[in-house]
Each structure stands twice: as structure tokens, then as C-alpha cells.
Design a protein around this ligand. Structure first.
Ligand code: RIB
Length: 297
């Protein structure tokens, strides 16, 4: 079973002609409220392709929580590890421009109360892959990584949004997934140089002793694992909204590994899912099913 330990957020998405610059006000053409949060998006992405998924995280005690819970239930994500805490559910303001590019501001709210102890023995016993992101307290992510290592559970961290995590925790992972911005931050944390994404990824994977995946937007993704470098292309699409594309990649990639597909197949599926996730407004609105994925393989 794939367990996602991470954030649950409700997105308010503003479709704008151009992203506002500092000091500028822009008028939105449309407004959409829907389920989001990197953890929740990844859990739903994995469940939609048929994976058995459990979510561990926090919602608030407000009406917004139901938006997220209903999305989990609709996709078949297990919610017994989701706690309801006093106060508001996490919330994000997402601005998406005419080309599908976005700018996001997150208020974590309830997510700040998520703790690794929510992963009970009953959850750990069924977990074969643990997938995390960086929208819950960092100390709790480090605790979850250490416990996964102790229990022999495969651990995957999506280092988004970019923030430095302790070196010991990074080295205890099996797989780290970064985009170009997060790769640059990781290179600076590890004091690495390189003249290409691949060179930096090779150096980082070697220093950490783990598999490193770099998502490259419309170019696809690359993966460094030991001596091997794998690549997979993205689909040629006209993006409507890139929000959640990275999450679709991570959820589907982790779900594929969890059913013992090889890295190359997981990378290909992740890239297809990331592309298809850009075709409608909303982070969870057009996540592909297994059948939809198959059409592009
Ligand atoms: O990755 C996209 C997600 O980032 C959005 O759904 C938003 O909630 C933020 O967590």
C-alpha cells in the first residue's frame, strides 16, 4: 500500500491574463475552488490509476475540510489517518495565467499540526511505499523518514516547496524528487556545481547515495540511479493550468514503483500523468485513470 504523509489544502484558483507583479492588481477572468495540497493531490493521483492509497494528514474543523474529504472519498483514498484539528483547513491562493503558468501562496493552517505519530503501527504494517512532500512540519517529515528506514519501507520525498531538510534525513531516503528550482536549492545546500541538470543530479545522487529524479516541465524528467541515467519525455500539450502537474507525476511514479514496476516504467507513467494534469483548471480535476495513461504508453 502507498501511504502519503503530507498536506491537505483547499485551492482558490484565479485565472488571470498575466501574473501580477509586485504592487500590481490584476482582474481575474474566472474563479475556481477545489481540493489541493501537494500531499492530497499526490494521493488522489495515485488512487485514480488504481493504487491502494492511505492519506495521513490534517484538516481543520471548518466547512472547507469537506471539499478535501469528499475528493479523497471520490477517488478511493483511505482517510482513517486524516485528523480533524481545531481551526481552519489549509488554504492556497493560486493564480494561473493565460499560458497555464502559476504562482501559489499557501497558508498551511491545520497542516502545521500533522505529526509522524499519526502513522500508527496498523498503517505502517500495511505501508510498502511512503510518499512525502514539504508542506507539513519538517521535523515530522524527518521522523517519518527515519521510521520508514527502520521498518524497511521504501521512502520517497518530493522536495516541494523547496526547503533544506537535514542531510541525515535526505541520505536515509530511497528516492528524492525535485524540479529545476528545487535541484538548484539542493545543489547549493550540498555545495555542488555542474553545467547541466544531469551533471548536478549525478553529483547530488552520489553524495546522498540515493536515487534522484528531476522533473523538467515540458521536457519530461530524468532519473539518476547508481550509474544509470534514465529519461522520459512529457506529452506535447497546450497547458491550461500547470497546478498539480508535479504532484500528478509524483503520485503516479510512486504508485507504479509500489506495484513493482521498474524505474523506467514509473518515470514514463509519471511524465504522462504530469502532462495530462495540465489540461483543465484545478489540481485534481483531470488526473488520469489507468486507462487514460495506457493510451499514451
Ligand atoms: O502543487 C500544487 C499544490 O501546491 C496546490 O494544490 C496548492 O494547494 C499547493 O499545495
Amino acid at each position: 500500500m502507498l501511504t502519503v504523509f503530507g498536506s491537505i489544502i483547499v485551492d482558490t484558483i484565479f485565472s488571470v491574463p498575466t501574473l501580477p507583479r509586485p504592487g500590481e492588481t490584476v482582474l481575474a477572468d474566472a474563479l475556481f475552488v477545489g481540493p489541493g495540497g501537494k500531499g492530497a493531490n499526490q494521493a488522489v493521483a495515485a488512487a485514480k490509476i488504481g493504487a491502494e492509497v492511505a492519506m495521513v494528514g490534517s484538516v481543520g474543523s471548518d466547512a472547507m475540510a469537506q471539499i478535501s474529504i469528499q475528493a479523497f472519498e471520490g477517488a478511493g483514498v483511505g482517510v482513517s489517518g486524516v485528523q480533524a484539528v481545531a481551526g481552519p483547513t489549509g488554504s492556497a491562493a493560486v493564480m494561473v495565467d493565460a499560458g497555464g503558468a502559476n504562482a501559489i501562496c499557501v497558508a498551511p493552517a491545520a497542516n502545521r499540526q500533522t505529526v509522524a505519530m499519526q502513522m500508527t503501527d496498523a498503517v505502517w504494517d500495511r505501508t510498502t511505499t511512503l510518499l512525502m512532500q514539504m508542506e507539513v512540519p519538517f521535523g515530522e517529515i524527518e521522523a517519518a523518514i527515519a521510521e520508514a528506514r527502520r521498518r524497511g519501507v521504501r521512502s520517497i520525498l518530493n522536495l516541494a516547496p523547496a526547503a533544506p531538510l537535514g542531510l541525515e534525513a535526505l541520505k536515509a531516503l530511497d528516492i528524492l524528487i525535485v524540479n529545476e528550482v528545487e535541484l538548484a536549492m539542493l545543489a547549493s545546500q550540498l555545495r555542488l556545481n555542474g553545467d547541466s541538470h544531469e551533471a548536478i543530479a549525478r553529483a547530488a545522487a552520489s553524495v546522498l547515495g540515493i536515487t534522484l529524479v528531476v522533473t523538467l516541465g515540458e521536457t519530461g524528467a530524468l532519473c539518476v540511479s547508481g550509474d544509470k541515467v534514465l529519461t522520459a519525455p512529457a506529452l506535447a500539450i497546450d497547458p491550461v493550468d500547470t497546478t498539480g502537474a508535479g504532484d500528478a507525476f509524483c503520485g503516479v511514479f510512486a504508485a507504479a514503483l509500489d506495484v513493482d514496476l521498474c524505474l523506467e516504467d514509473a518515470l514514463a507513467r509519471g511524465c504522462i500523468a504530469g502532462s495530462l494534469a495540465c489540461l483543465k483548471t484545478g489540481a485534481q480535476e483531470c488526473l488520469p485513470t489507468a486507462d487514460a495513461l495506457r493510451k499514451y504508453l
